[in-house]
Write a protein that binds this ligand. Structure first.
Ligand code: FES
Ligand code: FES
Length: 140
């Protein structure tokens, strides 16, 4: 029936079986947290990354209070960032997520939320690391 064709199977799968739902301690120095909201609908997405000393993302999780497309977009985003460096994930575009999920145009802002959340999480870990960096003179 037409009602079942509104969403691509990848959306349904990520909505029914979202990957990596959860939370890391946001005060952990190896955790970056991105919390973003969509003005259009009021939905909110939190995406977190756990980063090793080399700047690689070893784990990721999310909590999203939002529509099915936003939940599916966050689930895909957490899958895609794992194993990449914090620089690499900045190239993940909402269009790639939207295409992967075959989101209709009216749902593009949902995948935009995921791109914004990734960027916010990277900014957070970079700010943490910058402020906790030891003076170079202390290296031994
Ligand atoms: Fe899950 Fe592609 S179907 S990331
Ligand atoms: Fe707003 Fe999907 S309808 S995030």
């Amino acid at each position: 029936p037409a009602s079942q064709r509104l969403y691509h199977k990848n959306v349904v799968d990520h909505y029914d079986n979202p990957r990596n739902v959860g939370s890391f301690n946001k005060n952990d120095l190896n955790v970056g947290t991105g919390l973003v909201g969509a003005p259009a609908c009021g939905d909110v997405m939190k995406l977190q990354i756990r980063v090793d000393d080399e700047g690689n993302i070893v784990d990721s999780c999310f909590k999203t209070f939002g529509c099915g497309s936003a939940i599916a977009s966050s689930s895909v985003a957490t899958e895609w960032v794992k194993g990449k460096s914090v620089d690499e994930v900045l190239t993940i575009k909402n269009n790639d997520i939207a295409k992967h999920l075959s989101l209709p145009p009216v749902k593009l802002h949902c995948s935009m939320l995921a791109e914004d959340a990734i960027k916010a999480a990277v900014r957070d870990i970079q700010a943490k690391r910058a402020s906790s960096a030891k003076p170079a003179a202390q290296a031994d």
